[in-house]
Each structure stands twice: as C-alpha cells, then as structure tokens.
Design a protein around this ligand. Sequence first.
Ligand code: FE
Length: 177
Amino acid sequence: MSNNYSNLMRIIILVPIILFTLIILNGQSGKNKHAISNSNQNKVLKKVKRTESEWKRILSPEEYKILREKGTERAFTGKYDGHFEDGVYTCAGCGGTLFNSETKYRSGCGWPAFYDAIEESVEETEDNSLGMNRIEITCSKCDSHLGHVFNDGPDPTGLRYCINSVSMDFKPKDNKK
Ligand code: FE
C-alpha cells in the first residue's frame, strides 16, 4: 500500500514537471525557427547596392573592370594564384567572405582555384559569352563578378572555382574574427 502511495506521489510530481519541460522546449524550438527565418531575411535585406559612380569611386580601375564589367585578369599574374596561407578570401567589392583557404588547391590553370565556396557566399549564372558555355560566379552580397566554376576540380566536390585575384582580398587566420 505504501509502495503504491509513493508511486502515485511520484506520478503527481513528475507529470507536471515533464509537461512544463515539454512546453518550455517547444517554445525554445519555435524561437530558434524564428531566429533562422529572421537571419535569412536579414541576408536578403543586406544585399549591397551601389550606383556605377559609387563603384568607380570605391574601386581601382582594374578592380572595376573585373568586378563590375566581368573582366578577367591575365593568367599567372594574380597575387593569389600561388598564395597558400591559412585564412579566408573575401570579396574585394563588399568584404563578404567567399572561400576558405582549406579549399584552395594548385590547379595550374593560372588563377586561384578552390574546390568549394563558403555556403551562400556566391551565386551561379549561365554565361554564354565569348562563344563558350560557362557558369559565372558572382558575390551573392554585392553581385560583383568573381570568375567561373568548372566541373574538372578535385574531390570531394569535383568543382573548380576559378577566381580572379583582383576580385578578392585575404584575411589571415589570426585576424579572422
Ligand atoms: Fe561582394
């Protein structure tokens, strides 16, 4: 009898605690979902828009030609072609992060090459200019031209992001924050 009584007491105490915990957890997960959708919205809102004259003022003539007029630097001339330090490559137009140094490899193509881009940092557009069928890569934040992506890269993605050095800046690992 006393065993039954103590079991009953346990249930009376535990059930409200479990229910309360479930309610709290449910509220938390709802909050998280909200935070994620908010941060996505912020990303869309944070798109960098500048007029052509603003771009011309901010960028050097060489940067303007490549980033805003979809130019290409001469092969084997870019400052990051043979650059292999630890850090993050950022967009020369807006400072947004683009590529981690861990994904950079020696492709021998004459431009900095990466097998992957930082999530949501770049956008792809079909480019049929110059009689070629290529996929252009632009910065998802400021729409500046970065380069092209090809299907002849190494594992694990098989991709080669072929990017102009002029389109990027580099932040060494220690200054990443
Ligand atoms: Fe950018």
